[in-house]
Structure formats: C-alpha cells, structure tokens
Design a protein around this ligand. Structure first.
Ligand code: PLP
Length: 416
C-alpha cells in the first residue's frame, strides 16, 4: 500500500477498518479541553469497556438480593463463575480449556508455578531469565532460588542482548541451553519483553529446552491478548498472565495461569488450597487434598467475583472478534505507525522494537532526555516512560485508530 502521512489518509484507513466500531465501546479518557487523549498505554492498563459496569452491577445486585444464595442462584452462579472464563482464555492463549484458570494475580501465580516447576537438585538448579526482565519477575525468581538454599551467583543466568543490540537473539538463548543445559532447571522468560516489545520464539526455545529436560515457563503479561499464542502445541510447561493490560479488565484484576495437560496428573509438589480440591466432595470438607485434574487444581481460594465480572465483560470482545482479526489489525496499525515514525527525519529517536512484534513500539530517546516524553504528554498523549531512555507506545486494535497514530506522529514531528 502507498501510505501517506496525512490526516485524510489515516481517516481512510479507519473507514476501511472492520474493527473501528469497537472504539466506541470503550471509555476514552478526555483531556482538560474536552478532546480525547491519544491513549497508547493499553500495555500497562487497558481502557474500560463501557459494558464492564453492567457486568459488575449484575453481581453487586445479585449479592444484595440473594446474599450467600448467589453462589448457586445468581444469574451467573458464583460457585462455577471462573469456569465461564476458561474457554475464552483457552482461545486467547491457544490451549485446551482444561489447561487454563483465572486465579490470583500474576506474581502470585508465578510463585505458585515455580513451587511446582522449579525443583532444584544439586546437579540441576539454575534458572534462566532475560537480563532486562520485569523487576517483579526477577524478584520472584531470585527469591525462589534463595528459598531453596542456592546462591544467586551460581544459579541465576541472566541473558543479555549482544553489545549494541536491544533484542535477545534466539540463537544466543539456545547457545546457553546447549552449554549449561544439564545444570538448568527452569527457563522463565517474558513472552513479550515489557521494555523492548520483543516477541520470543516460544516454540524454538521450548523445543531446545525440552531436549535437555529443562522446564519452560512464560510470563505473558505483555503477550496475552496481544499476539497469537499456541501454548498447547508449543508444549510450553506453564504460563502466567495478568488481565489488566491488553485484556482490559481493570486495575489489579485477577490473573491467569496455563499448565500444560501433560502435568495435570503428575505428583509434582504444589501449594494447595480448598478451591483446587476435587469439586465432587470439596464441600464435604474432607481431610485429604485431592486435586482437580486440570489447571484448576492449582487454585487456592474462591476467587473475587467482582473482578471476574470485569474480565468476563472484556473477554466477550475477544470472543466476538477473535485473536486472528485482532492480530491482523494490530499488524496494520503497526505498519502504518512505523511508516509514520520512520518518515520523521530525526537522529534524536530510535525504534528498538524488533520487526514483527506485537502492539508495542519502544522508542529510545537518544541521550535519555525525558523532556520529549513530558512534552508529548502535555500535548494529550498517554504513553509511558521507562528508565533510562524509552518511551513505550502501544496502539491496540480494539480501541485505537489510525487517526491516533497520525495524531501522535504530528505531535512528535513538531517537537523534534
Ligand atoms: C505487568 C507485569 C507484572 C505485574 O505483576 P503483578 O503481579 O500483576 O503486579 C509482572 N511481570 C511482568 C512481565 C509484567 O509486565
């Protein structure tokens, strides 16, 4: 397509966009002057679907009128409420329904998964992560290593990009697996790196790791609802995610986990709670824990229904549209965005996100001057700044428009 950096051209792309009608179904934050913000922070906190309130009100009202009876008699009974999210989650992460569960929050799930999947021995005790992993992931992994009595110096392998490069090369990850594989217990990577937006080669990394009997987990915080996933077919061992980023389910909303079915009947250790117990006799309050033979067996507590209601509202869009169309639009946005950004003739910015990534574009500001970020914020853009020198912008296919891209381009071009 012959792109043009004009408002009319952006509008014509919006007119041809089959998903443009969804924007109107979200609350777009307004500036002081009453104009809509250019909201590029869906990778941090997705916007609120207008229907979310109705979904939460339903549960609030059922609680008011039914009290405890809502567990069985609410319009959407609370007892099995979390199960109603599983098929949508399975479609989003590419798994069987039995392999996913909505529970807890991301870092909590990461710990619970490591309780099961990181079982270091004196010979095999190392964990591999990205050097620039999200801090919470690093803290979680480090504390697990220490919890098992191992030293960080010997047990934590942080893989760095090559000098002068921003993204990790798959071959460099595989190189570590080949060299140190016999001592590695677990590889834990962000499916999409939060800083650079790089998408990892799930399949290749998992295959290589499994050939050395290493288990593999992914943190999907920036991947879920953003890129096409096939966790089951890629044989990933486990994955965890949050629902408030690309999944638009509200601040701090309940997260999710994927556990490959090959592990459902294993006797691996886990931290257990009553909600993971076999549903047939859970309420007989038996003494012995007998786990549900699915991802649900890793649940601890009965989940917060108001949060699940918000997830349900948002996932209904994902059901309606499907990841395929979302990803197709995301690629369309991405392509036009890169065209616009690359047409700005400036040596003050550099795009560090590799080609063919997801929604997010990370723009490195040369010399790390935060001034530029503050100025675009003043002009009505909501994006974010990550130290030391990156502006992250994430146009998302459900509610961002091509006009948003053009608006951002115009602001940035003027400032540069
Ligand atoms: C957003 C994010 C988190 C946040 O963790 P919570 O437990 O939900 O607070 C963790 N890891 C990554 C990679 C993230 O992007």
């Amino acid at each position: 397509m012959n792109y043009k950096a004009t408002r009319d051209f952006a509008l014509s792309l919006d007119r041809n966009d089959g998903l443009s009608k969804y924007r109107n179904q979200f609350h777009i934050p307004l500036q002081k002057n009453g104009k809509e913000h250019i909201y590029f922070c869906g990778n941090s906190l997705g916007l609120q679907p207008k229907k979310t309130k109705e979904f939460i009100d339903q549960e609030i009202n059922d609680w008011a009128t039914l009290g405890v009876e809502g567990h069985l008699n609410a319009k959407n009974p609370w007892l099995p409420y979390h199960e109603s999210l599983s098929q949508s989650y399975a479609n989003i992460v590419g798994s069987k329904k039995s392999e996913v569960v909505a529970m807890n929050t991301l870092t909590v799930n990461l710990h619970l998964m490591m309780v099961s999947f990181y079982r270091p021995t004196s010979k095999r005790y190392k964990i591999v992560i990205e050097a620039d992993a999200f801090p919470s992931d690093t803290y979680a992994v480090e504390s697990q290593i220490k919890f098992h009595g191992f030293s960080l110096e010997k047990s934590l392998i942080k893989i760095k990009p090559r000098a002068g490069e921003s993204a990790l090369r798959t071959e460099d990850i595989i190189d570590v697996i080949n060299k140190e594989g016999d001592e590695i217990s677990l590889i834990m990577l962000g499916g999409v790196n939060y800083y650079t937006g790089q998408v990892f080669d799930f399949e290749e990394i998992t295959k290589s790791a499994h050939s050395k009997a290493i288990l593999v987990g992914f943190d999907l915080a920036h991947a879920v609802g953003n890129i096409k996933l096939e966790l089951h077919n890629w044989h990933v061992d486990f994955a965890v995610w949050c629902s408030y980023k690309y999944l638009n389910s509200g601040p701090g909303s309940v997260g999710g986990a994927f556990i490959h079915e090959k592990h459902h009947n294993s006797d691996m250790p886990r931290f257990s709670g009553w909600w993971g117990h076999n549903k047939e006799d859970r309420f007989d309050m038996p003494d012995n824990f007998n786990p549900i033979k699915s991802a649900e067996g890793w649940q601890l507590s009965n989940p917060p229904i108001l949060s699940l209601a918000a997830i349900r509202a948002s996932l209904s869009f994902f059901e309606e549209v499907g990841m395929q169309k979302l990803v197709a639009k995301s690629k369309g946005l991405n392509k036009y965005f890169l065209y616009l950004l690359n047409s700005i003739d400036s040596d003050r910015i550099e795009i560090i996100t590799p080609k063919n990534s997801g929604c997010q574009i990370s723009i490195k500001v040369i010399n790390g001057n935060k001034d530029l970020f503050e100025k675009i914020t003043n002009e009505g853009v909501i994006a974010d700044w990550r130290e030391p020198d990156v502006i992250r912008v994430a146009p998302v296919p459900l509610y961002n428009s091509y006009l948003d891209l053009y608006g951002f381009y115009k602001i940035l071009k003027q400032l540069l």
